[in-house]
Design a protein around this ligand. Structure first.
Ligand code: UTP
Length: 288
């Protein structure tokens, strides 16, 4: 079985739900506490042993490329000022030379199209896709667990998390074969099912391990929901020939792509920080 060495980060969306903040700042660069959301997700990929980081960017997303590069002037200034801890942290966060690639999705035609734009960089090997606006916080990194599970059953893996029954209509929901423990096989996926029609409470959480065969399907994929080329539609086609398993993530998932999710993630992550938690608790109490 080929190992998972490459991860694709689709970061070309317009982030319209965060206007006007995202008029000039990429949505993926908005911070959760003091790290851009994209960095949280790249760290998850690194912890899973990913060696090559492929970013599908678009116009106005240059800050992401700069963020994962060495900032010589900043480093020199920090060095002069004796800010060793800050300097070490920046160095530690920077991927090794040659381990990042950037390609452009010239028009934001949808997630499926963004993934397809990475086809030449991924080439002929299985790969991971991580949606940068979905943060997974658990005892072990989500992608690392998915890779371990894949080693047992092969095929494709989609991470999912349990959402309240009355919210299933907002998500892509998995129809699972049999057990809701371990890593059950997926029978089908339903995008935003009508209220009361969801086959389970497991919502797709933005982490995928896919075969490169998905690129051939995406090549001729018609536009789906919202007039966009949807990754889900291509996965449904691939599912006819290849098994898909679910990784049922048991930690917290924060959708930072909308205001409340973003604010919740900031509070939750700050409350885990020993240098911030105590004061933040007092501030929150005061505000209430
Ligand atoms: P979203 O739909 O959450 O992002 O896509 P968006 O389109 O930027 O957000 P809104 O709805 O306008 O506020 C999830 C991820 O997929 C990327 C986005 O950048 C985001 O990280 N994406 C989405 C692309 O790279 N290309 C696309 O065409 C669409």
């Amino acid at each position: 079985m080929k190992p998972i060495r490459k991860a694709v980060f689709p970061v070309a969306g317009l982030g319209t739900r965060f206007l006007p903040a995202t008029k000039t700042i990429p949505k993926e660069m908005l911070p959760v506490v003091d790290k851009p959301v994209i960095q949280h997700v790249v760290e998850e990929a690194r912890a899973a042993g990913i060696e090559h980081f492929i970013f599908v960017t678009g116009r106005g997303k240059g800050a992401i490329e700069d963020h994962f590069d060495v900032a010589f002037e900043l480093n020199a200034t920090l060095d002069q000022r004796g800010r060793k801890a800050d300097l070490d942290r920046l160095k530690q966060d920077t991927p090794l030379p040659g381990r990042t690639s950037f390609t452009r999705q010239q028009e934001p035609l949808g997630l499926g199209h963004a993934v397809w734009c990475a086809r030449d960089l991924v080439a002929d090997e299985p790969f991971a896709v991580l949606l940068p606006d979905m943060l997974h916080e658990g005892p072990t990194p989500c992608l690392a667990d998915m890779i371990k599970e894949r080693a047992h059953h092969g095929g494709q893996v989609i991470a999912a998390y349990e959402v309240p029954e009355n919210e299933t209509h907002r998500y892509g929901i998995l129809d699972l074969k049999g057990e809701t423990e371990g890593s059950p096989q997926i029978r089908a996926m339903i995008e935003k099912p009508q209220k009361g029609q969801a086959p389970s409470r497991f919502a797709i959480s933005g982490r995928y391990i896919l075969s490169p065969k998905i690129f051939d399907i995406l090549e001729s994929q018609q536009r789906g929901a919202g007039g966009e080329i949807q990754l889900t539609d291509a996965m449904v086609t691939l599912m006819r020939d290849e098994p898909f398993h679910a990784h049922l993530f048991r930690g917290h998932v924060y959708d930072t792509g909308h205001q409340l999710g973003f604010l919740t993630a900031n509070i939750a992550y700050a409350l885990k920080r020993p240098d911030l938690a105590h004061e933040l608790r007092l501030i929150l109490k005061d505000l209430m």
